[in-house]
Design a protein around this ligand. Structure first.
Ligand code: SAJ
Length: 415
């Protein structure tokens, strides 16, 4: 078993922090690096910036055992895991600035026999591009891609696959794909992850691993788009889409996902573009799915307007985060619905969101939108719109007064 005396995890966000914490709890010395001093301070004091089951308690134990410490600069280590965001720009092209900066930041600390693993989701060919970049910065070291047999530094892509809300459980038990630039890189990466996961470790090359990850998220996006399209058809034809899906899913080979107000988060709305824009003429399905899901907030707003007693009616919106039981507002369709809605109605919008203390800047400038508790939001409104499927809101199913018009965009009050 290779000896990883110290691991340096670059990026302490949704993926990097749990990764650092889980390795530290296996007894490995971990240095967590983030450019944001507030995150570094929070982590060192044992406080996780994100809501994630079990993360707080595991972080505390990693800090108390001194196996994990956070800092703003990388240090020498035997393995470096890069877990920084890889967003899209406004034209839906990948913005790899953070990844390049992360690679540049570790370059001075690299030594022969080091391992670098990119966990961030990346366009096909990026692992090779990062290896080339490092080879230019560190001409004294031999990187894979140029002379594979002689390579001194090992580089692999091993994409994270964990579901926010279940990150700890999925990190430790999901299968992983490991795409090394050489078989030796894959072997070393497998040895690293074996320390913290019991899932199967499937070895392949870097380009394949890159495409596997993108395919997974594009697959989910396309399937959600199909469910959303069905919901639009059903509402035009006065059919209950939830009943249609429930019954269709009785078929042994059918498993339709759930329609909703759109697709949010930082992965599924972004990653399909990494495939689509690498071959625009070959990807009409992926692009159409993206557009269907992106247009859902507008369709939901039209549905709400149609059901309002009057444009002066007050509206209660339940939920702001991009999905249930998380505190993440990134790309949230609920936020988009409220943004579009306020421009079309004359009444107030009362928002209830148990995971957030203040409205995001995109909503806070509008005086007619306020963040209140659930009871007040419902009491002040004629219409109650469920936008995010938090458990607290699902439990309200039988508690909304009959006098209120309900609009359940997630199908959790059905039946
Ligand atoms: N959604 C629906 N209907 C559904 C399922 C989801 O409208 O039937 C919406 C959600 O409300 C949310 C969005 O889609 O707005 C995405 O939520 P999600 O739970 O499908 O996915 P994420 O973004 O939280 O996590 C995904 C996961 N990918 C897959 O399931 C293929 C996760 O495993 C990845 O690790 C993660 O992206 C990532 O980081 O790439």
């Amino acid at each position: 078993m290779a000896n990883f005396s110290r691991i340096c995890v670059i990026g302490l966000g949704y993926i990097g922090l749990p990764t650092a914490v889980l390795f530290a709890n296996q007894g490995v010395e971990v240095v967590g690096v983030d450019v944001n001093q507030e995150i570094v301070t929070a982590v060192n004091s044992g406080k996780a910036p994100n809501v994630e089951p079990q993360l707080d308690i595991l972080l505390k134990s990693a800090i108390e055992s001194k196996k994990l410490r956070a800092t703003i600069r990388p240090e020498q280590a035997s393995a470096f895991i890069l877990a920084v965001p890889t967003p899209c720009d406004e034209k839906n092209f990948p913005d790899l600035t953070f990844l390049r900066e992360a690679a540049d930041s570790i370059a001075p600390f690299l030594n022969p026999s080091n391992l670098i693993v990119i966990e961030s989701t990346i366009p096909i060919g990026t692992t090779e591009a990062i290896a080339n970049r490092l080879a230019i910065t560190r001409p004294d070291l031999i990187f894979p891609g140029r002379s594979n047999n002689m390579a001194q530094v090992n580089i692999a892509h091993s994409p994270e696959r964990v579901l926010p809300g279940k990150i700890i459980q999925e990190f430790t038990s999901n299968d992983r794909v490991i795409g090394g630039m050489t078989p030796a890189c894959s072997n070393l990466t497998a040895k690293l992850y074996r320390l913290a996961t019991v899932g199967n470790l499937h070895q392949t090359n870097a380009r394949t691993a890159e495409m596997v990850k993108l395919s997974e998220n594009a697959y989910r996006d396309i399937n959600i788009a199909f469910a959303n399209e069905l919901s639009l058809v059903a509402s035009k034809l006065n059919v209950d889409v939830w009943e249609v899906i429930k019954l269709a899913n009785q078929h042994p080979r059918v498993n339709i996902l759930s329609p909703g107000p759109g697709v949010g988060g930082h992965c599924i709305p972004v990653d399909p573009w990494f495939i689509a824009n690498s071959a625009p003429n070959e990807t009409p399905l992926i692009q159409t799915a993206r557009n269907i899901n992106d247009n859902m907030p507008e369709k939901i707003v039209n549905r709400i307007i149609d059901m309002l007693p009057s444009l002066d009616s007050n509206i209660c919106c339940l939920g702001l985060t991009y999905k249930g039981n998380v505190n993440d507002l990134r790309g949230s369709p609920a936020v988009r619905v409220i943004q579009l809605l306020i421009n079309q109605v004359k009444g107030n919008i009362y928002v209830s969101e148990p995971y957030i203390n203040t409205l995001p800047p995109t909503l806070s400038n509008e005086k007619r939108i306020s963040l209140v508790n659930t009871k007040a939001a419902i009491d002040h409104s004629a219409v109650v719109v469920l936008l995010t499927d938090h458990q607290e809101f699902i439990d309200l199913r039988h508690q909304i007064p009959e006098t209120k018009i309900r609009i359940d965009t997630r199908g959790v009050w059905a039946g």
